[in-house]
Every structure is written in C-alpha cells, then in structure tokens.
Write a protein that binds this ligand. Structure first.
Ligand code: NDP
Ligand code: 8X3
Length: 251
C-alpha cells in the first residue's frame, strides 16, 4: 500500500536518495529543502518515472513561524503522513572550540536541533494514528566526540537524546522512533562544512571507501519496512574502513 513520506533536506545527499528510494517503491512524497529549483527538478523526475505524487514544501527549518504555517496548511489529501524523515542538517566549520565562529554554532543549533523540533512538533497532528514512524538522522558525531567537532557533535548528541525522549513520550501513541547515526558518507556535507573548499572536503574521504547516500537511503527504507511490532531504536552505520570518528583504515 502506498504511504506518504515527509523528508526534510531532500535537495541533495541522504534526503534526495531517500526520496528516490521511497518513490521507486510507489510511495508519495512531501519534500522539503531551501533550494526550490532542485526540489522542482526532483518532483518532475520522480512523478514521471514512478507515477507517484510529490508535494513540495520549500521552507527553511530554522524559521519557526514559516515552518509551522507551511505544515499546518498542507492540503487535506496529504494530512495522513506515515513516515517523517528528519534529515535536514549541516556542519559548519571544523575549528577548535576557542577559534570557532559563534554564527556557525548558531546555524548548526538552529538547523540540526531547533529545526528538527519545529518540524516534528508541527507534523505530529498529521502523523497517521497508531501507525506512524519518525526517523531522525543523527551521526556518529553524536556518539563519539572528536577534535574540532564541538558544537556539531553536540547538536547530533541532542538529536540522539531527543530521539530517545520522543520514543518514550510518544509511546502511548504507538509511534515508532528510529535514530540512524551514519559515519563518513560522500554527499555535499563536507563541501558545506568547509564552505566550498572542495580539496579539503575531498581529503576527508582519502583512502577509504565511504558510505554513499544510497547506502543511507537503503538503511532508512529497511528500518521503515519492518513489521508493525518491530522498531529499530538506534542504528549506527559506518563504512568498513571506519571504526570510530578517529580510527580509519586508510589505504
Ligand atoms: P547534504 O549537504 O548533501 O544535504 C543536506 C540537506 O539538508 C540539503 O538538502 C539541504 O537543503 C538541507 N538543509 C540544510 N539546512 C536546511 C535548512 N535550514 N532548511 C531546510 N533544509 C536544510 O548533506 P547530507 O545528505 O550528508 O546530510 C543529511 C543529514 O545527514 C544531515 O543532518 C547531516 O548532519 C547528517 N549526516 C551526514 C553525514 C555525512 O558524512 N554526509 C554523516 C552523518 C550524518 P538546502 O540547502 O536546499 O536547504
Ligand atoms: C557526519 C560525520 O564524522 O563528519 O556527521 O561528524 S562526521
């Protein structure tokens, strides 16, 4: 049976790959991100290729009023959401605590933590009663703090905590909550983190075979496709050449 999947941050990386994966299985999509041109291109591609329907919600998850008013006004036909994938997020900078920029910290907190809270709170009334699933994209950075990771790690540790809190507080509504914590994966993530410095971004993946966005989409899909009585609470996934955020087998 077709489901409705709401994915934030669907203009690239994990979010776009999740959109393609769910669309290829016949599910309808609500897609968010700030780059509207990319969302429109993805909508055209997926509606044509898979004959599914796509609703675009191009808003910035940091903007509280816009997030709530946009979600509150989604058309009636889209108001029974099966799965919310909280994926929108970013790292900005990789600097020592004393040298990091306050504005980078604020952007990460506003996006990765507050944005996820706003989207979830606004979407809850539209989650299908007794059958919904919230999937939060955390990071190995949540589990394993590394040098110069400071506030990015803190925001992802917060996603980890909030996922546990949601699972407890939403238990009475039978809502599944899954946190997925990926390690190094090639997307636009590092280019964003290093503010367009492609060389530094590329070096992050030197000598390893990193995860791909499709690996994460497959994992999200797997977690979402288990029997109704089964919920993966917490899943950490890295490439084989990564054991932690410090230990890599680079060849
Ligand atoms: P990308 O940079 O490829 O994608 C990030 C997505 O988030 C984009 O679609 C971007 O869309 C969206 N986004 C960022 N800020 C906002 C905002 N304010 N409002 C709405 N959407 C926003 O990176 P990934 O796919 O790798 O990242 C996805 C998630 O996975 C993030 O939460 C990241 O922290 C996490 N992650 C990534 C890992 C990696 O190694 N790649 C590993 C572990 C976790 P737009 O710019 O159009 O708004
Ligand atoms: C992304 C993985 O190691 O750059 O969340 O923090 S890492």
């Amino acid at each position: 049976m077709s489901k409705i999947i709401f994915i934030t941050g669907a203009t690239s990386g994990f979010g776009a790959a999740c959109a393609k994966k769910f669309a290829s299985k016949g599910h309808h999509l609500i897609l968010n991100g700030r780059r509207e041109d990319r969302l429109t291109a993805l909508q055209e591609e997926l509606e044509t290729k898979y004959k599914i329907n796509v609703l675009l919600l191009p808003f910035d998850v940091r903007k509280k009023e816009e997030t709530f008013s946009t979600i509150e006004n989604i058309p009636t036909a889209w108001q029974q959401i099966d799965i919310l994938v909280n994926n929108a997020g970013l790292a900005l900078g990789r600097d020592y605590f004393d040298e990091a920029l306050l504005e980078d910290w604020e952007t990460m907190i506003d996006t990765n933590l507050k944005g996820l809270l706003y989207v979830t709170k606004a979407t809850l009334p539209f989650l299908k009663k007794e059958h919904a699933h919230i999937i939060n994209i955390g990071s190995t950075a949540a589990k394993d703090i590394y040098e110069k990771g400071n506030v990015y790690c803190a925001t992802k540790a917060a996603v980890d905590s909030i996922s546990q809190a949601m699972r407890i507080d939403l238990l009475r509504h039978n809502i599944k909550v899954t946190a997925i914590h990926p390690g190094a994966a090639v997307t636009e993530f590092s280019e964003v983190r290093f503010k367009g410095d492609k060389e530094t971004a590329k070096n992050i993946y030197n000598g390893i075979i990193p995860l791909t966005a499709e690996d994460i989409a497959d994992t999200v899909f797997y977690c979402s496709n288990l029997p109704a009585h089964v919920c993966i609470n917490d899943l950490t996934i890295t490439c084989t050449r990564q054991a932690s955020n410090v230990y890599f087998n680079r060849k």
